[in-house]
Design a protein around this ligand. Structure first.
Ligand SMILES: NC(=O)c1ccc[n+]([C@@H]2O[C@H](COP(=O)([O-])OP(=O)(O)OC[C@H]3O[C@@H](n4cnc5c(N)ncnc54)[C@H](OP(=O)(O)O)[C@@H]3O)[C@@H](O)[C@H]2O)c1
Length: 321
């Protein structure tokens, strides 16, 4: 049976967002690029947070003629100083932030642990720690912008399977004590993202800011392209066979756009929103949902989320809120 892909409705896709300001991380590629394009098409101003400025500028040539505007600011999410420089540059120009889409992500294809200069395992560094610091440094501007929204990209992988659910290891977030497994590291990083969206929603419940974690679908993006020759060849050979199970980048941007633009998303602050996906191991999840209950109890526990967040402040060099 063909999958029914979730897509924003016509009213949402034609909403005029002129005058609104958005940040999209990893805006030069895949899901982030198509999220950015649609926001600009609808009149928004998008600050593209890219670790490679030239890649951002290059793709932005395709925005010419669209109603809105953009700027590219450098941000390497695995470097805490780069994130501080980015937020400072943003705040020196903008006094409102209507939507922050923490989209960038990475999976270590080598199955051998690697750490950033700050000692973070590289996958969780880009997905969680970097976005945590960015969001916390932008909290005041989010709180002062009416109806502001924050989304963070998770993945179907966070769910694991009924016999083995990923969880955050609070005593070893950076894989210093355990044998490294890259897919588990990716799954744990995405559990951390679900938990952060949940905790932040709770912390901001008296403010006009909503949060969400997001599974975009199986995007035909550049994701995982850093694999070795064997993996790259295998993926190329498999493309025609898996095409029916995968999604275009436009389709994969729909969930992020729903979170940023729909009237309904803010009614479910802290929730998980998912495109349909054949990759869920839990049958009832395959059709996705806006929002959808994660099948992984480790990704929905507020007490664990609070412990994770408390621990993270110190790790990224912030005073607890
Ligand atoms: N593709 C899928 O099927 C899938 C499924 C579930 C979840 N996701 C999630 O969706 C998000 C978007 O992925 P995608 O599919 O669009 O992949 P993509 O085409 O590889 O795009 C990833 C983006 O993240 C950026 N990025 C990676 N590490 C970074 C860092 N340290 N600092 C700043 N930017 C960094 C990349 O920059 P460069 O271009 O410089 O590398 C790129 O712009 C990710 O969070 C991913 O985990 C993807």
């Amino acid at each position: 049976m063909a999958r029914r892909k979730l897509a924003i409705d016509q009213a949402t896709a034609s909403k005029d967002v002129s005058g609104k300001v958005y940040i999209v991380t990893g805006a030069n590629s895949g899901v982030g690029l198509e999220t950015t394009r649609q926001l600009i098409k609808q009149g928004g101003h998008v600050v593209m947070a890219c670790r490679r400025i030239e890649a951002g500028e290059e793709v932005a040539k395709s925005f010419s003629g669209l109603k809105g505007s953009y700027e590219v600011i450098k941000c390497d999410l695995s470097d805490l100083q780069s994130i501080r420089d980015f937020t400072q540059a943003f705040l020196s120009k903008h006094s409102q932030l209507d939507g922050l889409m923490c989209n960038a992500g990475f999976v270590n294809m080598r199955n051998q642990v690697e750490h950033t200069k700050h000692g973070f395992e590289t996958t969780i560094a880009a997905s969680y720690f970097g976005h945590f610091l960015m969001t916390e440094l932008l909290l005041d501007v989010l709180k002062s912008t009416p109806g502001a929204r924050m989304g963070i990209l998770s993945s179907v992988v966070h769910a694991g399977n009924p016999k083995n659910r990923h969880k955050v290891h609070l005593d070893d977030l950076n894989w210093n004590k355990r044998k490294y497994r890259n897919i588990a590291a990716y799954g744990e990083a995405k559990v951390a993202n679900n938990l952060y969206a949940l905790e932040l929603a709770d912390r901001l419940k008296d403010h006009d800011v909503s949060t969400a974690s997001i599974h975009p679908g199986w995007a035909r993006s550049n994701f995982g392209s850093g694999g070795n020759f064997l993996i790259r060849t295998l993926m190329t050979v498999m493309q025609p066979f898996i095409k029916g199970m995968t999604d275009s980048n436009e389709e994969s941007a729909q969930t992020s756009l729903h979170v940023l633009l729909s009237d309904d998303a803010p009614n479910h602050s802290g929730a998980y929103f998912s495109q349909c996906s054949v990759l869920y191991r839990d049958k009832e999840c395959k059709q996705g949902g806006w929002p959808m209950k994660s099948p992984n109890p480790n990704a929905t526990d507020l007490e664990t989320a609070k412990k994770l967040v408390n621990q993270t402040y110190e790790m990224v060099g912030l005073e607890p809120a």
